[in-house]
Design a protein around this ligand. Structure first.
Ligand code: LMR
Length: 394
């Protein structure tokens, strides 16, 4: 039986991570996988996480199972963080999942379980793992235009034109903030227009929010998802704690399903528990508990927010610095979009050949579609990168 298996295509992002580790050059720069790094190139454990973990180790008296949907206190704290008071809590079903990817997977399974024929619309481009999970599950998929390769901003006219074909009951996958891989995001007015359209067609938004706090701030980054939640009768949300709490390997995420009313919420809640049971039974607890402790303790929360704000401002500073360096070195403002993009990523518009040259000649690792992780830079490497980008002729 096992002899029937064939080689799986490698995940491009994870493959790049390994290539970087294997590169013996000292002056290499890792702008690949979406992991935050400080100026020393370290992905630190956040202060509030350290404190909460120490308390947890001291006080936790059991490791017995929680519940199939995880600890409800985690869901409540995360619902408030993501959705604020945009929607009646009595309509929101929620289940903890293994990371944001787990939430995406369970969300897609929920869709499939409810309606096998529903198409899921994804932005072109989107996070590659969206595509592979959708394909793996056999969910019908459609794409909508999103990125304007010339301006490196959102092709909003193209997006809305493509979304004209959305049917009632179809699902539209949107990035809540800090679009991955492009860094180009919808404005408040554009979110409203998307909501108008989805409301009019009866389509269901599915928002993936994995970088809340990395763009314009915790509240600002949630404004799109909250606007939709305040208007839509049904909605699905996958939230990740990996990046904004820096708990990548703990696999901490939450899937939420907003139902039209309390009765349907009950059914959605039971289905989320059922789907968790089929796939992995109980979700991981450690990261979720740490996140909940931070969110529910005013001192820990203030410290976490302060550190997250430093991270966010550090990335914005790097964006500004890089855009300036490129303005000087290219004698043009064609890279100013880097300062306008938000979040960890920017797609800079290099060709695959230029991306390869950046890697081979300059030791700069970015994903093949020219997505770079801004957090992989520091003040000293920005000029090196700027020179390399100009050298390869982007
Ligand atoms: C990324 O896009 O680099 C991150 O979300 C990490 C991953 O799992 O791909």
């Amino acid at each position: 039986m096992l002899t029937e298996l064939t080689q799986q295509p490698p995940d491009k992002i994870l493959e790049l991570m390994q290539m970087f580790r294997d590169d013996p050059r000292e002056r290499k720069i890792d702008l690949g996988v979406g992991v935050y790094k400080n100026a020393e190139g370290v992905t630190p454990v956040m202060r509030a996480v350290k404190t909460a973990e120490a308390q947890l180790v001291r006080d936790q008296g059991t490791k017995a199972y929680t519940s199939l949907i995880g600890d409800p206190a985690f869901s409540t704290a995360m619902r408030r963080l993501v959705l604020g008071d945009s929607v009646d809590a009595g309509r929101v079903a929620a289940a903890a999942t293994p990371g944001g990817t787990g939430a995406i997977r369970q969300g897609l399974e929920l869709i499939q379980y409810a309606d096998r024929d529903a198409s899921v619309w994804v932005s072109s481009p989107t996070w590659p793992n969206h595509l592979t999970i959708i394909k793996y599950l056999g969910v019908p998929m459609r794409e909508y235009r999103y990125f304007d390769a010339t301006t490196r901003g959102v092709d909003f006219a193209g997006m809305m034109e493509d979304l004209k074909d959305v049917k009632k009951g179809d699902v539209v996958l949107l990035h809540g903030c800090c679009h991955n891989p492009t860094g180009a995001n919808l404005t408040g007015d554009q979110w409203t227009e998307v909501a108008d359209h989805l409301e009019a067609t009866g389509a269901v938004p599915f928002v993936d929010i994995a970088y809340q706090g990395f763009g314009d701030g915790l509240e600002e980054d949630a404004s799109g998802v909250r606007h939709l939640a305040s208007r839509m009768p049904e909605m699905i949300i996958a939230a990740s704690c990996s990046k904004n709490f820096g708990v990548y390997r703990e696999r901490t995420g939450l899937l939420m399903a907003i139902a039209p009313d309390a009765k349907f919420k009950g059914e959605a809640q039971a289905t989320l528990a059922f789907l968790n049971r089929q796939n992995f039974s109980f979700p991981p607890d450690h990261g979720a508990r740490v996140v909940q402790m931070i969110l529910d303790d005013s001192a820990l929360r203030a410290d976490w927010q302060a550190e997250l704000e430093d991270v966010r401002k550090g990335m914005l500073g790097l964006r500004e610095q890089l855009a300036n360096e490129l303005r000087q070195r290219s004698n043009s403002d064609r890279f100013d979009f880097i300062a306008r993009h938000r979040g960890m990523f920017s797609r800079i518009g290099a060709t695959p050949e230029q991306v390869l040259e950046l890697r081979e000649k300059h030791g700069v690792y970015m994903v093949g579609d020219s997505r770079m992780n801004i957090a992989g830079l520091n003040a000293a490497t920005v000029p090196i990168l700027a020179q390399a980008i100009v050298d390869v002729g982007v």
